[in-house]
Design a protein. Structure first.
Length: 375
């Protein structure tokens, strides 16, 4: 096997498939990326839960197939920017040559390499940049605690032309709605995907492409979700378990609302939080026209800062985990945010606003639970 390809094309494809490499493989073959040269170059990798494939044209001198350590090859390809790469199999070793750089890598026996699943039938398509933005906004609220696997996922609910993504770790909830193009009129379903898998995949997707989503039916023996875009595909098994009901948590009536400049709010939180641990509650005292942030108590270091705001409702004192509050604000794509409150001991909801006096953007909601208020 021998082929020549631009290093940036090879690096991009390896970045995509290497995200599916197993970190704790059950056999050595799962360390590897399969490279097959036929009419095109095909790459693939799997950890048995998630499988990724990529294909691209190249100058193919000799056809063949080989399994080589994926992470090492990916790391090498990143260093060979803007150079043609010649990849050749010589005996039991692979030679990678770019300019004056030459690497020789051992191959991995592929007798134990599994057959990778096929992509399910396409369910619909959506702008990849829109979907990537939505995943990033929601993934921040997914739990990192593997003892509660269903909370480590992103719930994807499809209802005809609308997709709703939701994630929660019990202390916050992020919900994003977007429009897509279903392949079949009236198509509706729901699945629970690993948040980290979906987030990592979206980071490697080119932003100006269409993304195809494939969701296997609930009666499938091996229920998979697939992504496909520009020569790249990925399949992953769905998480077991039911995502908790969440829509009733978003209040329909509020007692008070504050509209705040997002950039100014974020900078104030960063400064005030310097005096204490990022998990210690950040106190907010909100009155008409003014938001006061406070951190630290007693003999320890303390800090306060005031921000001018638009506010309607009764004054409120409330406290939040500063990291969780920052996550919700940085996920917004608008210059202004509205925080809606029901009571000092109840959840608050953050939504974006393009203009200070404009309507709230209801496509993204970030709910955050308060912490005990201390003085």
């Amino acid at each position: 096997m021998k082929f020549t390809i631009d290093s940036s094309v090879l690096s991009d494809a390896l970045l995509w498939v290497s995200r599916s490499l197993s970190t704790r493989p059950t056999n050595s073959a799962l360390h590897g990326v399969v490279i097959e040269a036929g009419k095109e170059i095909h790459l693939s990798a799997t950890d048995l839960e998630t499988s990724s494939k990529a294909h691209f044209p190249a100058e193919i001198h000799t056809q063949g197939k080989v399994l080589v350590q994926g992470k090492l090859l990916s790391d090498i390809s990143k260093t060979l920017t803007n150079k043609p790469v010649t990849f050749s199999l010589e005996g039991s070793r692979v030679q990678v040559t770019a300019g004056k750089s030459k690497f020789q890598l051992p191959t991995i026996p592929n007798s134990e390499y599994p057959n990778l699943p096929s992509l399910p039938q396409e369910s619909g398509s959506v702008s990849s940049s829109l979907f990537t933005e939505a995943v990033a906004q929601v993934a921040i609220a997914a739990s990192r605690d593997d003892s509660l696997p269903k909370l480590t996922g992103i719930h994807i609910e499809v209802n005809e032309e609308r997709i709703t993504l939701a994630a929660t770790d019990r202390y916050r909830l992020a919900v994003r709605e977007l429009v897509w193009q279903p392949s079949t009129p009236g198509f509706s379903t729901s699945v629970l995907m690993r948040a980290r898998t979906l987030f990592d995949a979206c980071k490697a997707i080119t932003s100006n492409t269409e993304l195809s989503l494939s969701i296997a039916g609930a009666t499938s023996n091996d229920r998979l979700v697939g992504l496909a875009t520009e020569g790249k595909t990925m399949t992953t098994r769905v998480l077991e378990g039911e995502f908790p009901p969440f829509r009733h948590l978003l209040p329909t009536e509020v007692a008070a609302e504050a509209t705040i400049n997002v950039a100014a709010f974020i900078e104030s939180i960063r400064r005030v939080s310097l005096v204490t641990d990022k998990t210690i509650p950040l106190r907010l005292n909100i009155t008409n026209g003014l938001l006061t942030l406070e951190a630290g108590t007693g003999e320890d270091a303390t800090a306060t800062e005031e921000i001018e705001i638009d506010f309607q409702g009764e004054p409120i004192q409330i406290a939040f985990n500063p990291t969780f509050l920052m996550d919700g604000l940085t996920a917004l794509t608008t210059p202004f945010a509205t925080m809606s409150f029901t009571a000092a001991n109840r959840q608050a909801v953050i939504r974006g606003r393009n203009e200070k006096d404009g309507p709230k953007q209801d496509t993204y909601s970030y709910l955050i639970m308060p912490t005990r208020y201390t003085t």
